[in-house]
Design a binder for this molecule. Sequence first.
Ligand SMILES: *[C@@H]1O[C@H](CO)[C@@H](O)[C@H](O)[C@H]1NC(C)=O
Ligand SMILES: *[C@@H]1O[C@H](CO)[C@@H](O)[C@H](O)[C@H]1NC(C)=O
Ligand SMILES: *[C@@H]1O[C@H](CO)[C@@H](O)[C@H](O)[C@H]1NC(C)=O
Ligand SMILES: *[C@@H]1O[C@H](CO)[C@@H](O)[C@H](O)[C@H]1NC(C)=O
Ligand SMILES: *[C@@H]1O[C@H](CO)[C@@H](O)[C@H](O)[C@H]1NC(C)=O
Length: 324
Amino acid sequence: MLACLLFSPVRTDDACPSSCICARDSGTVTCLDGEDTEIPGNIPEWTSTLILKEKNISTLQRGAFMNNGTELEMTVLSLSYNGIKAIEPYAFLGLPRLHMLDLSHNQLESISARAFHGLLELRSLYLNHSILPPATEQLSHALSTLRNLHRLELAGNMLKAIPLLDMYNLHALVLINNSIESIGGGDVTILYQQRRIRIYLSLNPFRCNCELEAFYYWLKNSSQCPDAGRLLCSEPEAKRGVPVEKLREEDVDCMNENLEAVSYVFLGIVLALIGVVFLMVLYLNRRGIKRWLNNIREACRDQMEVYHYRYEQDSDPRLANVAV
Ligand SMILES: *[C@@H]1O[C@H](CO)[C@@H](O)[C@H](O)[C@H]1NC(C)=O
Ligand SMILES: *[C@@H]1O[C@H](CO)[C@@H](O)[C@H](O)[C@H]1NC(C)=O
Ligand SMILES: *[C@@H]1O[C@H](CO)[C@@H](O)[C@H](O)[C@H]1NC(C)=O
Ligand SMILES: *[C@@H]1O[C@H](CO)[C@@H](O)[C@H](O)[C@H]1NC(C)=O
Ligand SMILES: *[C@@H]1O[C@H](CO)[C@@H](O)[C@H](O)[C@H]1NC(C)=O
């Protein structure tokens, strides 16, 4: 006990940082839109929850929450609405007990692959409405260091694909209100393998064609998508607004779609062949046809002559009769 007291780092100032509100009972320090754009340097040692909001912090630098080289026992860190654009490597160093990190509603353009290094106990990460397109590629690398993550919120980020799926401890992945049009067979296989994961996907613009087949069956067959009933088609035009779950099997049947295409091609080929054969017959028989035409013409002429003759023959007596 005495040793502990002797060797624990001496804290010169345990006071509340300026422009923050400290509630020692609950262990909460709240710093709202103060003048300074810096993260307070003297965060009290007893802090378990730190809330910074509307501080206009553009970059989270290495060791941003290190108090003069000492670790903090903080478990909850909320950094929403701070205009954060970049997270540098080792930004969260010295927070080994952190369970929950809220980075929602920022404008992240760059996330270092080592951004979340050292967050060994992080369970929940909120990145909703926070990731701009330049950072989407970097996201997977950064997240892959978070081995114990249970809940990952990525709503409202214009993501076009599920960012990563090799996080075997993930229980909830929230991808509501993104730009996911299709989820391929490969991703579906991984989803089947990760029985524990629940993935939320409403408000995405699904393209309901046969590429969605594997996903469609996964949706009907597994109970891994709690908001399955609210996934709607946005394309094609004819199926806009139709729930993905309510599609008919033939709507997503690639075999069907291919067969239809094949049958049209086949019909085309047959028609073309018939045309060619017809032309060939015409060409090969051009003499015969000529002769046939001549015959017809002659026959006509003969007929005409006979007619003419008859006419003449007939007309004479009539004329004679009239004359008489
Ligand atoms: C945030 O800070 C930057 C400089 O660091 C400044 O250019 C910008 O105008 C500030 N934005 C707001 C909303 O205060
Ligand atoms: C940082 O901690 C060291 C001891 O670990 C102490 O000597 C020094 O004064 C501290 N500096 C500040 C700015 O608190
Ligand atoms: C986004 O993050 C906040 C936490 O800051 C949370 O309360 C909210 O439910 C999240 N989800 C959405 C869809 O906004
Ligand atoms: C979806 O996200 C966009 C930003 O990407 C946001 O402007 C919009 O309000 C969100 N819609 C809903 C229904 O949450
Ligand atoms: C439905 O799921 C079971 C096991 O979860 C699987 O064996 C079966 O093949 C699936 N059916 C379809 C149509 O995907």
